[in-house]
Design a protein around this ligand. Structure first.
Ligand code: NAD
Length: 364
């Protein structure tokens, strides 16, 4: 019997920026089945710029040699049409990371044009049911731009990675309380990964002998929770960059795995909530249509914003500042798109990159 005729096609999963640091750590966890579960066979499409061809090829060889039972095939490409055609899930990691001499907001200039092109590519080539996870920073603004140029894919299918800051929060509280991080739950981040990120632990609990104890009670240090903790989390990226000259990648890849597991119900506790950048429906006074980090519930891979959280005046002021900053960043990105009007539209039509390493599996 020809098994290929009876087997379901594998899930087509695109990873952009596949030759970069975050992807390097993420792709092995995904290929192993940690993201979508061990029953789902994967066709991984590794997409990056033409100058990274050797790195992509090397990664491809290593992935194949791992013999993961979940990994059906790997395609490497710098051709945008090959990369985006018929994808079911797209992890958009490709873009410039922050360097020590840059502010996170400086990335808007370089990464916005990339997300305009990739939005157009999603619209033209991807499945209309595709799930899109935006990682490259500024993730919320990149999501906004990408979705704007991919109007045929529902806005609810897009989410941005903001989980890393939640992980940082949980890790710091766990260290303070000398417990493992899995005991710390319901930490929240509102807004975006930036100086205005809002770390909210008012609903957070630590689980002790099966009982939830509020973090405020367990830590018993209001100043540390309100000020020191936020500063530690906001400076975490810079600390890593100053020490290693690179932006954090292992912790980002693990956060992306957690995001994936929440979204596809393959690991995390989904009775609980998690945080993601999603389009606002107007909840909590965040303007409708703005992409913001919210606490979300996931059901059938669809995110809904958790309702009914009381926000005190202190956090409300911080959230208001974050709204202003997000609006400014979004408007700046929109202006860049207008300035790039012709160049990026032409890029997608001309199919700017060379075809590489495309095998017949891409037709599935
Ligand atoms: N949301 C988060 O929590 C979070 C966490 C960590 C990193 N990031 C962001 O993720 C991105 C990647 O980080 P990294 O450390 O892997 O950087 P990296 O420089 O190691 O890799 C980036 C890769 O993207 C590729 N790339 C650039 N332009 C591209 C394009 N137009 N199409 C496809 N690929 C392209 C580069 O060639 C490179 O291989 C950065 O923007 C970084 O700021 C986000």
């Amino acid at each position: 019997m020809n098994l290929s005729k009876v087997c379901q096609p594998p899930l087509r999963v695109l990873i952009t920026g596949a030759a970069g640091q975050v992807a390097y750590h993420f792709v092995f966890m995904l290929a192993k089945g940690d993201g979508f579960g061990r029953r789902i066979r994967l066709l991984l499409i590794l997409y990056d710029l033409p100058e990274t061809t050797d790195l992509l090829e090397g990664l491809c060889i290593e992935l194949i040699d791992c013999c993961y039972p979940t990994l059906q095939d790997v395609v490497t490409t710098s051709n945008i049409e090959t990369a985006f055609t018929n994808v079911s899930v797209a992890f958009l990691i490709g873009g410039k990371p922050c360097s020590a001499d840059m502010k996170l907001s400086d990335l808007v200039e370089v990464n916005t044009p990339i997300f305009k092109v990739q939005g157009l590519a999603l619209d033209k080539y991807a499945k209309k049911t595709a799930r899109v996870i935006v990682v490259a920073n500024p993730a919320n603004t990149n999501l906004f731009i990408c979705s704007k140029y991919a109007p045929s894919i529902p806005k609810g299918n897009f989410s941005a990675l903001t989980q890393l800051d939640c992980s940082r929060l949980r890790a710091q509280i766990a260290r303070k309380l000398r417990v493992t991080p899995n005991k710390v739950r319901k930490v929240l981040t509102w807004g975006s990964q930036s100086p205005s990120l809002v770390c909210d632990v008012t609903k957070a609990v630590v689980v002790n002998e099966g009982k939830d104890i509020s973090i405020a009670e367990a830590v018993d240090d209001d100043d540390w929770l309100k000020y020191d903790l936020t500063n530690i989390v906001r400076n975490r990226e810079e600390e890593v960059m100053n020490l290693t000259n690179k932006s954090p990648s292992i912790s980002a890849a693990k956060a992306l795995l957690d995001h994936t597991r929440s979204l596809f119900h393959t690991g995390n506790d989904f009775n609980n909530f998690t945080c993601m950048g999603v389009f606002s429906d107007g909840s909590y006074g965040i303007p409708e249509g703005m992409v913001f980090s919210f606490p979300v519930h996931i059901s059938s891979s669809t995110c809904s914003i958790v309702q009914g959280i009381e926000i005190d005046e202190y956090y409300q002021n911080l959230i208001d500042k974050s709204i202003c900053e997000s609006e400014q960043e979004r408007d700046r990105a929109l202006r860049i798109c207008v300035l790039n009007q012709n160049s990026s539209d032409i890029e997608i039509n001309k199919n700017e990159y060379q075809n590489q390493n495309v095998d017949e599996t891409q037709q599935q």
